[in-house]
Design a protein around this ligand. Structure first.
Ligand SMILES: *[C@@H]1O[C@H](CO)[C@@H](O)[C@H](O)[C@H]1NC(C)=O
Ligand SMILES: *[C@@H]1O[C@H](CO)[C@@H](O)[C@H](O)[C@H]1NC(C)=O
Ligand SMILES: *[C@@H]1O[C@H](CO)[C@@H](O)[C@H](O)[C@H]1NC(C)=O
Ligand SMILES: *[C@@H]1O[C@H](CO)[C@@H](O)[C@H](O)[C@H]1NC(C)=O
Ligand SMILES: *[C@@H]1O[C@H](CO)[C@@H](O)[C@H](O)[C@H]1NC(C)=O
Ligand SMILES: *[C@@H]1O[C@H](CO)[C@@H](O)[C@H](O)[C@H]1NC(C)=O
Length: 372
């Protein structure tokens, strides 16, 4: 670019130097896709990686409670260098995606078992429709002949696992082209710290978090949770799977909570507290039996796993996470053993917390890529 005066040059330099920071996180621009029934799902897309020579893999990721798609921003920034296209899908009720309507909320607050199971089926169907539409627009690379590249992966982080698992557990209900898309393209499921709330499993006795503490005034329960969740916790020997080794409440001072590595505008730009008090909470409290069925079917039902012969399944957890990350790990380990073992590969990372995707994005990106 030519600039005519020194002043203009300095202006250009200032403007172009600040754009990446402005766009980096404070002002996330999501796109969105229509997934049927008038529902839009917003998303962030890292785009086509530069190394066109080998087929890239597309990872579709579902966020947890409170922190939504922009929490994946550092992973999105690193994905191209790992030959991954990373697409973070924003769940219903979170900023940019269609809120649940009154009848859907009614099912969550007061539905029958079959209505709640149908609710999960509908979420799975939306995600498969999203993948199908995204694939039609972008013509994603299929799985390579050696099975090592291309194709797609599903990744759930935290409560987001409820939705990736519902996508798989309902595979037999999708129209043939959608089912075949998963059968032919899906080569990995990544469970990044599934919490018991996502699995429909019970939480440890004595569990605490600010949102359930009535001694904390209602207006700061949410913000207090947003901070506390990001702490590091020093647990005892977690190989014992004994809940008494868990630090249920007290964070460790070994490392500052991840939120200390976020600016206020980043926190504001990647958190929505309202859905965590509404639809997510209803699903957790009233939908646990359906979530449990869905999780167990997705991972351990032979008819479902046999339908997805190319899909690897991996669970990644840090040993300094809030206790829900540890109890979720134990739940899946126990169920895997009870089912005969080998359904899931487990990786426990020393020193990582629930927000390792923020504090240690390079290592987490490598673990994701290594799970493909
Ligand atoms: C939703 O995201 C947009 C930016 O995409 C932002 O301007 C707006 O404040 C956000 N709203 C909420 C409720 O987070
Ligand atoms: C749930 O259903 C019961 C009766 O089946 C009704 O009394 C109650 O008002 C309903 N609650 C909500 C939140 O819809
Ligand atoms: C941790 O617990 C496991 C399982 O009980 C045990 O095998 C291992 O020796 C323990 N490690 C330490 C350092 O105590
Ligand atoms: C496995 O899933 C299939 C299809 O959804 C279902 O018909 C079958 O009953 C399930 N098997 C078990 C053991 O739950
Ligand atoms: C676990 O990892 C091994 C080695 O990469 C792989 O051969 C196997 O298929 C994986 N198992 C699952 C369930 O993904
Ligand atoms: C903040 O995050 C960066 C990675 O984005 C990491 O290198 C650094 O160690 C983190 N700082 C703290 C205090 O956790």
């Amino acid at each position: 670019m030519r600039c005519f005066t020194q002043v203009l040059c300095i202006l250009y330099a200032l403007v172009f130097a600040t754009i990446p920071q402005v766009f980096a996180l404070a002002d996330i621009r999501q796109s969105s896709l229509n997934v049927g029934n008038g529902v839009q799902l917003a998303y962030l897309d890292s785009g086509v990686p530069p190394r066109h020579a080998s087929p890239y893999t597309t990872v579709f990721a579902l966020h947890g409670e409170v922190y939504y798609s922009p929490i994946f921003q550092k992973i999105i920034d690193l994905a191209p260098s790992a030959n991954v296209r990373f697409v973070a899908i924003t769940r219903r009720d979170y900023n940019g995606s269609t809120p649940y309507d009154a009848s859907e909320i009614q099912v969550l607050s007061n539905g029958t078992s079959s209505e709640k199971a149908a609710f999960l089926q509908a979420r799975g169907s939306e995600i498969v429709n999203f993948i199908d539409t995204f694939n039609k627009i972008h013509d994603l690379p299929p799985i390579s002949s050696d099975g090592q590249e291309g194709g797609i992966a599903l990744l759930g982080w935290s409560f987001g696992n409820a939705f990736t698992l519902a996508t798989l557990s309902n595979i037999h209900t999708y129209a043939a082209p959608l089912k075949n898309l998963l059968v032919s393209r899906l080569r990995a499921l990544i469970l990044h710290e599934p919490v018991p709330f996502a699995l429909g499993t019970p939480i440890a006795p004595g569990s605490w978090w600010p949102q359930i503490d009535d001694s904390i005034s209602v207006d700061i329960q949410g913000p207090a949770t947003v901070q506390w969740l990001t702490s590091y916790f020093q647990h005892g020997n977690i190989s014992t799977r004994d809940p008494s080794v868990l630090s249920l409440i007290l964070p460790s001072i070994a490392r500052p909570p991840s939120i200390f590595n976020m600016t206020q505008s980043q926190v504001d730009g990647m958190t929505n507290i309202a859905p965590s008090l509404g639809s997510d909470e209803f699903l957790i409290v009233n939908g646990a039996p359906q979530l449990l069925d869905s999780y167990r079917s997705a991972l351990f039902n032979a008819s479902i796993r046999n339908a997805l012969p190319r899909m690897k399944a991996s669970l990644i957890a840090g040993d300094m996470s809030l206790q829900f990350g540890i109890t979720g790990l134990w739940n899946v380990q126990e169920d895997d053993e009870a089912a005969g073992g080998g359904f899931v590969n487990f990786t426990v990372v020393h020193g990582f917390n629930h927000f390792a995707l923020w504090d240690e994005p390079g290592k987490i990106m490598a673990l994701y890529a290594g799970s493909l």
